[in-house]
Design a protein around this ligand. Sequence first.
Ligand code: FAD
Length: 451
Amino acid sequence: MPSNEPKLTVVGAGLVGSLLSLYLARRGHTVEVLERRPDMRRETLDAGRSINLAISTRGLHALRQVGLEEEALKHAIPMRGRVIHPVKGELAYQPYGKDDSQHINSLSRGWLNQFLMTQAEATGRVSIRFRQRVTQADVSAGTLTVLDETTGETREVRDTVVFGTDGSGSAVRQALQPQATQEPLGHGYKELTIPPGPGGSFQMEKHALHIWPRGAFMLIALPNEDGSFTCTLFLPWKGPLSFASLETPAALEAFFQEQFPDAKALIPGLVEEFFARPTGHMVTVKCAPWRVGGRTLLLGDAAHAMVPFYGQGMNCGFEDCVVLDALLAKQQDWEAAFQTFEALRKTNADAIADMAVENFIEMRDSTGDPRFLLEKGVEKVLLNAFPGEFVSRYSLVSFSRVPYRLAYEVGVIAGGIVAELSQGLKRPEDVDLDAAAKLIRGRLTPFMKEH
Ligand code: FAD
């Protein structure tokens, strides 16, 4: 345990802050968590961001380290591939991995957050204080100004090590004043519900992530435990087909009828939900530094918010907890641990943030494109024909824990090989495996060996 330990304060009891406080407690520290919202276990809150999310290998590994994976998986629905919904015609299925064992999991955000808070408190070393908004921070001194939103009183927490896990709009980050770029996406999002069918049945394939790719915009749906699906519409803010253009129920219904007729038939509350629910913003935050000495450290979205199209924001934040914990196990002081943490994580967070933006284009656009479908098919053939030798970017990001930066670089090489082998091909199964072996062993294997 670091020897010079003052108080530890985690700002934000979201997904990452709750898990981090648990990790710190298991290392023997006493932790106070300050959360601006009320306790969601006692009060029903506005769902806020996404009702469910996808957890994959990195996030599950982080839960496993603290003995929580098994319970989480009991509430998760495996999603083994994507089901693509064209405007007209047949649905297409694209498996995510080489076989069904490689899948991602749909999990309720609210359930997971509550579960993590309860588990953190159960250590006896974590106290979460709700309706406590950090309004200012002196990050070098370790002083936080906190507004108690129940009493309206302001107080100071002094001489503390601060972990800023207060999300993409982080107050701690603002106080740190790092060099920050914030790239808002030109799209917003809106959540809609496909209710369960009779007897809690699923009205579409349960074990899949559903996508309606439409070029400049798209709809997706993830399954929930109760048989419902949460749909998310990603649409430009402005322009001819945009949130700005859907101002009336008639315009909304006509848009859905034209673009997503099968989904429209399954969303009875379309108009009501669309106009009642907030439209969410998405942003990429890249900033540095993430820390001040051994006093303050940013983790999770506060350090590296990303757009949600790789389903990795939380997974990456959970991986932050694993990496920091491993460093604390070895290093005797906070400053050294924080420094190494930033050196290890920053490049990887930047890589996944970039891949998330690229995946938006793939999801909304290319998943409906025959060439893309062919290349995905070839990728699957190669994954099975060259196990351990051929790896795709998606599989490295979602089904392994290799650094995101490496996944990014491998993706460039693997993508090039697939594109080359797909030239002039009609069916994925006709791919020339001899040529594939040469390309993989000539380009990918040496790169993997080097790293
Ligand atoms: P947050 O979840 O934002 O939590 C921050 C906490 O800090 C909140 O509880 C907040 O109330 C509190 N807080 C904020 N300011 C203060 C303050 N001043 N004082 C005190 N408390 C404060 N990720 C995935 O891995 N898989 C997915 O499938 C996925 N899907 C997504 C879909 C959408 C539409 C969006 C928007 C995101 C998605 N993400 C996904 C990303 C994921 O939601 C985030 O990466 C994750 O929530 C980050 O957790 P966090 O704890 O860092 O931040």
